[in-house]
Design a protein around this ligand. Structure first.
Ligand SMILES: *Cc1c(COP(=O)(O)O)cnc(C)c1O
Length: 428
């Protein structure tokens, strides 16, 4: 497909920004080709610099659960902007969003707003370390918690791996404070906790994994995490940056009924503006400065425009009592259509899905952790991505990402997606 304007933009971008982008996966490295250059988005559609139209299943990597350009959210942003864009002082918007979050999450009594999920994750772990007076953090292979040094740890083989940095620039000393485990592996978890609990401040987990593609927790996995961390005084941190407000008003913890000690939020709570948040009970969050001594600050934290977008997003979701049911139905419709299309096209695909998130893995085996996710054929995914892109369907440009549905996806567009997927599965 010829995209001359996009090509020109990208060439210029490459001369000005590393890899031409401000976040790596956007560059299409995993699938080849020039990346999409978006000039406009509305509902479930993206429009590129060449005037092509795409049905979007990336949805800004998760935040746009209402679709692009939701009227209520756009109006709230406009109204906030008229009152000034940043005060560097307490404002009513942040109190309102904090109240909505505290009302929704049983695990959150106090919340601190920040500007990204990365900041929220690193700050929550700082609090957990201060509270427990321990240094180590446990994370799962394939789990993403933003790009702070301590979370950029390569998943290793064997039961547990003392972290080796997976990025240059991360000192060994930082990496060695992080322990990694395979997702959904209770034996490895029990062994590690039994041996090393005295050193472990926090265990951080995506309660539904979204950053190795969608991987759902096995029955009992989250419950066992809760049980073991409680018994050993380890702070259980749920990273609900994706799942918060996506799976339910109270995220994955609301769906699975497992309540963590601390919760990290982002993406949807900013309604498409830059936001993150972390919260927990008063005994932990009370340690955060200026109430306590754990320092964490932000010039644009609690920004009125971002807060207004988040509030409007939550209000819009709350105004439809069938919101999550409708969203789930749309996703089931698409996923069952994709499964049929793959079967009819004779293509082995495993589709993991829950709520409004899903990933088609090009493998005939179940995907339950990073190892099984990595067994999928990324060349086939890249081919599928391109065949869909040519047909006007924009999927995340990497096998190891969650695909997102929004409430703005029409059944007409979902049916078209299924039809295109059948052709695409046949041609990859
Ligand atoms: C996106 C994401 C983050 C990081 O959020 P940013 O706002 O990109 O810094 C953290 N955790 C999870 C689970 C995410 O999906």
């Amino acid at each position: 497909m010829k995209r001359p304007h996009s090509h020109n933009y990208f060439m210029k971008a490459v001369s000005l920004m590393p890899g031409g982008v401000n976040s790596p996966v956007r560059a299409f490295k995993a699938v080849g080709d020039d990346p999409i250059v978006v000039t406009r988005a509305k509902g479930d559609r993206l429009y590129d610099a060449d005037g092509n139209r795409y049905i979007d299943y990336c949805m800004s990597w998760g935040p746009m659960v209402l679709g692009h350009g939701n009227v209520r959210v756009s109006n709230a942003i406009r109204k906030a902007v008229r009152g000034g864009t940043s005060f560097g002082a307490l404002c009513p918007y942040e109190i309102r969003l904090a109240e909505l979050i505290v009302q929704s999450y049983q695990s959150i009594e106090l919340v601190r707003m920040v500007s990204s999920g990365t900041e929220a994750a690193m700050s929550a772990v700082r609090v957990a370390r201060a509270y427990t007076k321990r240094d180590k953090v446990v994370k799962f292979e394939g789990g993403y918690h933003g790009h702070a040094d301590q979370f950029l740890i390569k998943a290793g083989s064997g039961l547990t791996t003392l972290g080796a940095p997976s990025s240059p620039g991360v000192p060994e000393a930082f990496a060695s404070t992080t322990l990694t485990l395979p997702y959904n592996d209770l034996d490895a978890l029990k062994k590690l906790i039994a041996e090393r609990w005295r050193e472990i401040a926090a265990l951080i987990v995506e309660p539904v994994a979204g950053n190795m593609g969608v991987v759902v927790p096995d029955p009992g996995f989250l419950e066992t995490l809760r049980d073991l961390t409680t018994r050993h005084g380890i702070i259980l941190v749920f990273d609900e940056v994706i799942t918060g407000l996506r799976l339910s008003p109270s995220g994955a913890q609301g769906v699975f009924g497992v309540i963590p000690d601390m919760t990290i939020l982002g993406k949807i709570i900013g309604g498409g503006m830059p936001v993150g948040a972390y919260g927990g009970r008063k005994e932990t969050m009370g340690l955060v400065s200026p109430e306590g001594a754990v320092y964490q600050a932000g010039t644009l934290s609690g920004n009125p425009v971002a807060m207004a977008a988040g509030i409007a997003t939550i209000k819009e979701i709350q105004s439809n009592s069938e919101f999550y049911k409708e969203l789930g139905k749309k996703t089931e419709h698409l996923v069952s259509g994709l499964k049929d299309a793959a079967r009819l096209a004779g293509r082995a695909v495993t589709i993991n899905s829950i709520g409004s998130m899903f990933t088609p893995f090009f493998t005939d085996r179940p995907v339950k952790d990073l190892t099984t996710a990595m067994a999928s054929d990324t060349k086939l995914y890249a081919g599928f991505f391109h065949r869909m892109f040519e047909r006007g369907v924009y999927l995340p440009p990497s096998q190891f990402e969650a695909h997102f549905m929004s409430i703005a996806h029409s059944s007409h567009d979902i049916d078209r997606t299924i039809k295109h997927a059948y052709e695409a599965f046949k041609k990859v």
